[in-house]
Write a protein that binds this ligand. Structure first.
Ligand code: MN
Length: 497
């Protein structure tokens, strides 16, 4: 379902006309080779497009404005092969509005000790030219990524690829549309927020409809369509009947198929990319959307429960950034602790809505009563989560600004069965350890809801937040409470407006 542009990244080499034509031809040839090899590496998720060498203010300005205007261009990668006086870059940079990567590399990997002369050094002087460029970008206060290293190094290529995903997240964030068919859960604080400011900062459109508008779509789904989807469920997942009559069980699952088909039709017709529900507002629906939302998330939709539009948009954003990833991304909630010394962990789950993209093995359908709300027993997918390293993110509104918390976590293999727990779950340990991680999380005002991914890194999420101009705090292996509290205190000053 994730349909994004076939994005490209422009490769803009800086130089000047002082060196003569022969040198400029060599510069262009080197850039051509680098771009060709980057594209051939198989590591970059998007294509790099070579642009003519930039040697004066007019061509630089034109290049950046063309990049702004080109719908397929998601960012510009700059590299100063030689010295490129940076006053020439001011006008273009001032007008540029897309992600910027400064690739600080050079054509040759090694110093050719035996043959190096003055001509070679004058041609290959990015160590020198890139500092001039970096100075002006810093002086102008422009957010950009800097990646240092030889372009042929796999690690460098991986970092470029990872930044490309962040850049596409920046481009796509500006038109995430969230469908709210449930307001914030009554009395809850952390899932609330300023939707106008979110549109100003992130570009998110967050619209409310009556749940009855969608319920009409659910009721109008043709019987044949519901039956076909029901059959797909039965073909795809295991069933855990829990002693229920198979036909009665099937009737409950069938209801989720109708809900899924109705919701899909509604969001497709109205062009939404994320859905927010509330178990307190279900007029016209017989069940809380469970299995239905789980399957929509697996297809790339964002989701937030209890009116949580911030997390819904973050899940959608992270689905876009991790598109093609194999480990999964989901809405999640901190639920309960395991405090056994040496094996501390947090059990993550939700009432129903955990995305099966993170499932360890084949999910199964169960039908159980909800512990909250007043609807009939909803069908849901149950599973445990793949072990691995992931990132849990919480976007909170502090009243005067947004703060993004980014926590490195390790999901653990779930060794012990939990036969009486009728929901999907993950068991994870936050970095640097449960006690420090949770203490930092609470001090920073992080929510119980998170957007979680096994395919993205803290660096990618932090780069996205930096591009959005919001406060990002990392909780990772280097976190100590004393430093973390100071960081929060300093951020109060840095983000004053
Ligand atoms: Mn919740």
């Amino acid at each position: 379902m994730i349909k994004t542009n076939k994005y490209q990244f422009w490769f803009a080499t800086g130089s000047q006309d002082l060196y003569g034509e022969e040198t400029l031809l060599q510069v262009a040839e080197h850039s051509r080779v680098i771009v060709a090899e980057l594209n051939k590496s198989g590591i970059l998720p998007f294509e790099v497009v070579l642009k003519p060498t930039l040697i004066d203010s007019a061509s630089i300005r034109r290049c950046f404005n063309d990049a702004n205007a080109d719908d397929l261009c998601a960012g510009v990668i700059t590299w100063m092969h030689t010295f490129s006086p940076a006053k020439m870059w001011i006008l273009g940079l001032q007008e540029y509005r897309k992600p910027l990567l400064h690739l600080h590399t050079q054509f040759n990997r090694d110093i050719p000790y035996d043959t190096i002369d003055m001509d070679f050094m004058n041609l290959n002087q990015s160590a020198h030219g890139d500092r001039e460029f970096g100075h002006i970008v810093s002086r102008m206060g422009i957010e950009r990524k800097v990646i240092v290293g030889h372009w042929g190094d796999k690690k460098v290529q991986e970092r470029i690829g990872s930044w490309m995903r962040t850049a596409v997240g920046v481009m796509e964030s500006s038109h995430i549309r969230v469908l709210r068919v449930g307001d914030n859960m009554r009395d809850v604080a952390v899932t609330e927020g300023d939707k106008v400011e979110a549109e100003v900062k992130f570009g998110w459109e967050i619209d409310a409809y009556n749940i009855t508008d969608v319920a009409e779509y659910v009721q109008a789904v043709p019987k044949g369509e519901v039956d076909a989807l029901l059959q797909e469920y039965y073909d795809t997942y295991d069933l855990i009947l829990d002693g229920r009559d198979p036909e009665e069980f099937k009737a409950h699952v069938r209801e989720q198929a109708a809900i899924e088909a109705g919701f899909r039709k509604f969001v497709e017709e109205h062009d939404y990319h994320a859905v927010v529900t509330s178990f307190q507002m279900l007029s016209g629906l017989k069940q809380l959307p469970g299995l239905a939302m789980q399957r929509m998330m697996a297809d790339g939709y964002g989701f937030g429960a209890e009116g949580d539009w911030k997390t819904a948009a973050m899940v959608r954003l992270m689905k876009i950034m991790s598109a093609g990833g194999t480990n999964g991304t989901s809405f999640m909630e901190d639920y309960t602790y395991h405090f056994e010394p040496g094996r501390e962990a947090i059990l993550q789950s939700h009432m129903l809505e955990v995305c099966p993209s993170i499932a360890d093995g084949k999910p199964a359908i169960r039908v159980m009563p909800l512990s909250m709300g007043n609807r009939e027993d909803p069908a849901r997918l149950v599973f445990t989560t793949k072990p691995g390293r992931g990132v849990a993110c919480s976007l909170v509104d502090l009243g005067t600004r947004f703060r993004l918390l980014i926590n490195d976590v390790e999901t653990l293999k779930q060794e012990r069965a939990m036969p009486n727990l009728p929901v999907a779950s993950a068991l994870w340990r936050p970095e640097p350890d449960l006690a420090t991680g949770a203490e930092a999380w609470i001090l920073a005002g992080g929510a119980h809801h998170t957007a979680f991914s096994l395919d993205l890194s803290a660096e990618q999420m932090g780069d996205w937040g930096a591009m959005m101009g919001i406060e990002c705090v990392f909780i990772d292996k280097d976190t100590t409470i004393r430093n973390f509290k100071n960081e929060l205190r300093w951020n109060e000053a840095a983000f004053r407006r």
